[in-house]
Design a protein around this ligand. Structure first.
Ligand code: SF4
Length: 333
């Protein structure tokens, strides 16, 4: 399991104001860390003795390559001083802030992973959300990055302002076509002091229920699973700051877990298709670590299966030989 030492360069380097963005709240930090703070964070992280070969320093929260060049170099040079403790540097940025000279500089300064905030591949959605970029910017950035030895991650958002479910499914398909090394999926939430909050209050942005968002995200997640593209994060990271905010929409501390539960439910339902179930017992065999995900949050999946298929009993049975998402079902009298 890879680890990050997160350093939030909050909103720093970004002249934009996407409708959903209040980076200060999303990252749980309300100012960009300066170099002294950054050094302090790295010194603290060293004390945890993370295995260097599994740990990257991660500049998150803004558009790193939009920061003035000299400042980018200062951050990266500082990170280089800690290279014996961490194998590389990861950063997130916008697709339209990628150029060959930027990539040369990042490579020279030890950057190993670049994450692009794609959010949507549908131009009409990008425009509505004031992203000030197009899908072609993403395609161009990915092509450029692939000429270098960076690992590439793409981030997408679900249920953005003006996006239909079909738009989100299309975004997942178009991200898969770009063959990233990994993806992150974030549900859209409404934060105060954003344009989206105004749109929500004016009734122009309707939020989906948590359940609807979980279902859609599960469908999207399965696409990445089928394409063998690792999903390294689903949902915003819980932070003290986030927990204390009035967040409207599909925010749940365990959003990723709810999505995994839903995936298992969908797989089970598909395998039960057209089978006789009324009054019978169902045994679900799954990997040892997957039992609670198969059973669902507060055994919700078991309750749903009982109700929907009228089983008299449902049992989840651990099988050490099975991997994640490998299920088999047995139905008995
Ligand atoms: S580009 Fe990123 S940091 Fe800038 S406003 Fe949009 S989401 Fe926020």
């Amino acid at each position: 399991m890879k680890k990050n030492i997160p350093i939030f360069v909050t909103h720093y380097g970004c002249p934009n104001q996407c409708v959903f963005c209040n980076q200060k709240k999303i990252s749980g930090v309300n100012h960009a860390v300066d170099l002294a703070e950054c050094e302090l964070l790295l010194n603290q992280a060293v004390k945890y003795n993370y295995p260097p070969e599994e740990t990257e320093i991660a500049f998150f929260g803004g558009s790193f390559t939009g920061i003035p060049l000299e400042m980018q170099k200062k951050y990266l040079k500082l990170a280089e001083q800690f290279r014996q403790y961490f194998y590389g540097v990861r950063l997130s940025t916008r697709p339209d802030y990628i150029t060959p000279s930027i990539l040369d500089m990042l490579l020279e300064h030890g950057v190993t992973t670049i994450e692009l905030g794609v959010q949507s591949t549908v131009d009409a959605v990008l425009e509505k959300n004031l992203r000030k970029m197009t899908h072609q910017d993403t395609v161009n950035a990915v092509e450029l990055i692939r000429k270098y030895p960076f690992s590439l991650g793409l981030q997408m958002m679900v249920s953005m302002y003006g996006a239909s479910d079909d738009d989100d499914i299309r975004t997942a398909d178009e991200i898969i076509a770009l063959k990233p090394d990994f993806v992150r999926i974030y549900p859209t939430v409404v934060l105060e002091n954003t344009k989206l909050y105004e749109l929500y209050q004016a009734g122009e942005y309707q939020i989906k229920s948590l359940e609807q968002t979980v279902c859609l995200t599960a469908e999207i997640y399965r696409k990445f699973l089928n394409a063998k593209i690792p999903v390294i994060r689903v949902g915003l990271m819980a932070s003290e700051e986030i927990n204390s905010q009035n967040i409207i929409g599909a925010y749940h501390e365990a959003f990723g877990e709810l999505v995994q539960n839903e995936i298992y439910y969908q797989i089970i339902k598909e395998q039960l298709n057209n089978k006789k179930t009324i009054g019978k017992k169902l045994y679900i065999y799954c990997g040892e670590k997957e039992v609670s995900k198969v059973a669902g949050h507060k055994r919700k999946n078991i309750l749903r299966l009982n109700k929907e298929f009228s089983f008299c009993d449902v049992k989840v049975c651990p099988d050490p030989l099975r991997k994640a998402y490998q299920l088999s079902l047995k139905i008995e009298q």
